[in-house]
Structure formats: C-alpha cells, structure tokens
Design a protein around this ligand. Sequence first.
Ligand code: KG4
Ligand code: ZN
Length: 343
Amino acid sequence: MSQKPLLILGIESSCDDTSAAVIKNDTILSNVIAGQDVHRLYGGVVPELASRAHQQQIIPVVHAALSKAGVRLQELDAIAFTRGPGLLGSLVVGTSFAKATALALGIPLLDVNHMHGHILAHFINEGQEMPAFPFICLTVSGGHTQLVLVRDYLDMEIIGTTIDDAAGEAFDKTAKLIGFPYPGGPLIDKAARDGNPLAFTFSKPQIDGYNYSFSGLKTSVLYFLQKMEKENPQFIAENTNDICASVQQAILDILFKKLVLAAKDLNVTDIAIAGGVSANSGLRSRLLEEGEKRGWRVFIPKFEYCTDNAAMIAITGKFLCEKGLFTDQSVSALARLPFTRQQ
Ligand code: KG4
Ligand code: ZN
C-alpha cells in the first residue's frame, strides 16, 4: 500500500521577504515570495516597517501558496516556520501566524533555523544531483557568512564565520559608496559583468583559520574612491563597471581563500553554496572553475532558492518531521537563534 504523502506549509519572515511554500514529500508545489519595496527609501531594512509589511502580507501570501499548490488548509500535515535568526519583529509575525494556524488545525509545528534552511534547499527534489555527506557549504547572505561542515541533514557545524561584516553587507555597503540603492549586491553583480576585475586592487584581510573579515575591504574601497574623486570628480561615473568588477573580485578572493583551505584540510570534495549572495554570477562561475580545477563536485542552488524563501523552510521542516522533532505552542521567535539545535 502506498504511504500518504507528507504535506507541509513553510513560512519565512526573518527579514524583508514574506514567503509561504507548500511541499509534498521533497517536491515543492508552490513557493510564493512577497518583497518589501518600502525599505528602498532608507538605504537598508527598517525593522519596524518590515514587521508591519509582514503583517499585511502574510495572509495573502499563504493563501496564494495554498491555491497555487491546489492544497486546502485542512489537508496540511504540519506547519514549518522560521524561528530565527533574524529581525525579532519580523520573525514574530511568521511565528505567531504558524502557531495560531497549527493550533486551529490541530496539527504539529516545526521550528526551523533559517541558516539550516539555506543549506537544505539543496535537497528540494527537482531531479538534480544532490550533495553527499559530508559536504562543505559556504552560506553567504546579508546577515551571515559561514563555512559549514554538513555531516547529515540536521547535523552541521560552523567551521568558519565572519568576525565583522557579512559578505552580503560587503556588497551592499560598497554599493552604497558607489551610489547604488539598497540592496546593491545585485547591481554590483550586473555592472561587474562589463568591467575588468583586475582594474583596481583592494587590501585583503589576514584572519586566522577559516574565519572571514570584510570591514577592512569596505574601508579600503572608501579611501580609494575618496582619493580618486579628489583627482577626478567623475571617477566613479566613468569607471563604475571596473570598480564593481574589482570589488566583486576582492570579495570572491576572500571567500574562496578559506573555502579552498577548509576543503583541503578536511579532505571534502562536495562543495555547495547557499544564501542570497550565492545568486551572484561571479561567485557561481568562480565555483564552477575552482571545482573543475580541484576535482570538486559543486552544487549551486536555483536562483529562486538563493535569496530568502519558504521552500527552504518547508524542506527543512520535512527533515525535522521525519525525525519527530516537533515543537509546541510554548515556542517563541529568537533573533539570535543558536546554529546548533538544542534537543
Ligand atoms: O539570504 P538573503 O536573501 O537574506 C538574508 O538572509 O540576509 O540575502 C540578501 C543579500 C543582500 O546582501 C543582497 O545584496 C545579496 O544577498 N545579493 C547579492 C546578489 N543577490 C542578492 N549579492 C551579490 N550579487 C547578487 N546577485
Ligand atoms: Zn537568508
């Protein structure tokens, strides 16, 4: 007799994207994402505005995800939601919605760590090859830069992290210096495609082990631009593509130095990337090149699963559900949720 498929609703609201997804076993039926343009005016995410926008968007987004999936609320087996890390006011919206809905439906709740979600997005089944354990995942987003040794779906260890800015912040902060609106990462990516990555060089950090630092790069770019603009006030406008390509190259050099070191030391050859910055075309092609050169199997998420989305929360919920790792109505959102799950 065939087993009834597992239907889970995933909810993501950790930062400035409201998202809901429905997963049937390991196949995504829908993944609806509503962004928040309101932050553009302010050059960064304003937590209070993000929270309010989540409140306005969560019900229509969940409705859209269910109807796109052709699934009724009553058919759901469980609800997975992002408990943290993230902005507390944003997390509270998804957490409260998930708790109330699970209570009303009398179904179990699954609390997901957002960073695990980014990594486990690689296991959403779309017929692609999947990484084999153990693998290393470079998770690069607006809030995090982590080198993670993944031993199993729910057994992961951070072996390196940033001591200051995240890689996404390095993109966004340098983009701001160039005059791009927030978030500038994708705009640097686009301009870099027509620029020379070797046009300018910036200072590189010397940090122990597998850890990262990006604050020095930002300062180095700032001083460089100030100096050049003194000589030629049109410098940025005349050299935008070369500046973007060179900044991107510097960020990628920093990221790959530690990734290569960790892969060598730990003798791991399956290498994945995850998080918003993994949408960067330079990072994606550099990973392919390095993989070819070093005999790695490389895993690059679909664009839809790079930036924040609920599909990754739903697939993580599936793994938690299979292990019986449910939570209950006493759970609350945690802005600084530890990476390692407390049993
Ligand atoms: O994972 P994510 O959507 O949200 C967080 O959890 O932080 O990542 C957002 C970050 C932002 O810093 C954004 O600028 C960056 O990802 N990003 C990019 C690209 N697309 C998004 N950075 C560089 N190139 C891109 N194509
Ligand atoms: Zn994220």
